[in-house]
Ligand binder design. Structure first.
Ligand code: GLN
Length: 465
């Protein structure tokens, strides 16, 4: 009830697309009954959670923040949602996002932009003298609603999705812990795809130890997702006193990227020094293909978008246009009315990259570059480095008015410079809030681990925390 009341009191954040009040009260009551009977299911029993609106939820609409799916109600739960419910967790709502998870601001959905809760907190107000209604900052994206939900204490954990940074970016800008697990560790069944070979469900929590508990419960092979890898579904508690002495931390030199703010750089150096003083080995490493990552990601992403979005034809799912002069005309106007210009733009360029005469030049070449980017990480890890320490974002959160003023798509692309390469390589990464900027806004740092070493990475993240 407290979470549901808080959701009502923070409606200005626009974090939720659908609030599942009735279901939440029912699930909470069931949980309370179990508690009274001494039959709780575990640490998540009765814990309120929120889910990004691109995960299918049984009998609850799932919109992807698009007009295309405005009234779409799936008949089943995504595996990760089902697993949380099986543990007795209580669903409070579906969260706002960029349409079909394309973006880095959560400003581009059909239900309007999400506002960062830190815009209303004392540090930002005092530092900037900003007026609540005229000036606020973005959450980052595309899982901005989930990040805002955890940051504004309307849920204890939230699911996001992470294809190029969409969980870690808003996690950093909203000051919450944001975990992108190793590709294949968590099932994608029921997650509406953006880039199938990079998508992973992401976990947002208030602490690293909470993220570890949720990861332990969600991980493991799923017969409905052939890319999942076996891992025991278990209660994972992190060691209390993890010693970083034997850890080797890599600092990628290419991540001193243009646009990196002085404050974020200072945080990065500070935490690297902390590791050094604690006896860890800290060394500079090189990921030479980093500079090609954003372009490469976008060729691959748009190609997969062109293919994935083909299912939205007005016949099987969601919106159907009134225009019915011909089948072709119905398809065209359904897609014109249903998708925003970001989605339509990616479908167009994706189909261009996939044309018979362009396929080798763009798509195949981008796949090769992707392999080089992934190999960069392999080389670094095989040289004895255990994990990488990097910033999560270039700067703290941008004001909405500034974010919208610049060419949003260019900005959006640049924002993912530290997060995207990790998705290309399928590695685990976590963003941890470490400080507030001079403007009173959160700054986050990212740890990148070796494949399937999510737990070790989280132990080190907890040490930073
Ligand atoms: N910002 C990136 C994009 O727009 C990443 C999105 C994501 O991780 N879902 O595609």
């Amino acid at each position: 009830r407290r979470c549901l009341n808080r959701i009502k009191n923070t409606q200005h954040l626009n974090a939720y697309i659908t609030v599942t009040e009735e279901l939440a009260l029912k699930q909470a009551l069931e949980s309370e009954t179990r508690l009274l009977q001494g039959a709780t299911k575990g640490p998540l029993d009765g814990i309120p959670f929120a889910v990004k609106d691109n995960f299918c939820t049984e009998n609850i609409r799932t919109t992807c923040a698009s007009r295309m799916l405005r009234d779409y109600t799936p008949p089943y739960n995504a595996t990760v949602v089902q697993k949380l419910m099986d543990q007795g967790a209580v669903l409070v709502g579906k969260t706002n996002m960029d349409e079909f998870a394309m973006g880095s601001g959560s400003t581009d959905g059909a239900f309007g932009p999400v506002r960062n809760p830190w815009s209303y907190a004392a540090p930002y107000r005092e530092q900037t003298g900003a007026e609540p209604d005229s000036d606020w900052v973005v959450t980052g994206g595309s899982s901005g609603g989930s990040a805002a939900a955890v940051a504004s204490l309307t849920s204890y954990l939230a699911l996001g999705s992470d294809t190029g940074g969409s969980t870690r970016n808003p996690g950093a800008l909203c000051g919450v812990v944001a975990l992108k697990p190793t590709y294949g560790l968590l099932s994608r069944h029921g997650l509406i795809p953006l880039v199938n070979s990079m998508d992973v469900p992401g976990i947002m929590t208030r602490s690293v130890s909470d993220a570890a508990i949720v990861l332990g419960i969600l991980q493991g092979h799923d017969t409905r997702d052939s890319t999942t890898i076996p891992a025991p579904s278990s209660l994972t508690e992190l060691p209390e006193d993890f010693d970083v002495k034997n850890i080797c931390i890599g600092i990628p030199k290419e991540y001193h990227a243009p646009g990196l703010s002085e404050e974020t750089l200072a945080q990065w150096s500070l935490v690297a020094d902390m590791f050094d003083r604690a006896g860890a080995r800290v060394k500079q490493v090189s990921l030479p293909h980093t500079q090609y990552s954003i372009v490469c990601y976008h060729v691959l992403c748009h190609a997969e978008v062109a293919s994935n979005m083909a299912r939205f034809d007005g016949l099987e799912y969601g919106h159907r246009s009134e225009v019915n002069s011909s089948t072709e005309a119905m398809y065209a106007s359904t897609r014109h009315e249903g998708f925003n210009d970001v989605v339509r733009g990616r479908i167009l360029s994706g189909n261009y990259f996939l044309l018979k005469q362009n396929y080798q030049h763009y798509f195949v070449k981008a796949q090769r570059v992707r392999r080089l980017i992934a190999d960069d990480f392999k080389h670094v890890f095989s040289s004895g480095v255990d994990m990488l320490l990097t910033p999560t974002t270039l700067t703290d959160a941008a004001r909405y008015s500034d974010f919208k003023q610049e060419d949003n798509r260019t900005r959006s692309a640049q924002e993912d410079v530290f997060t995207q390469p990790v998705n290309m390589a399928g590695l685990p990464a976590v963003s941890v809030p470490t400080a507030l900027s001079r403007r009173g806004l959160p700054i986050g740092l990212q740890l990148v681990g070796r494949a399937a070493q999510d737990r070790k990475m989280l132990s080190v993240a907890q040490w930073i925390e």
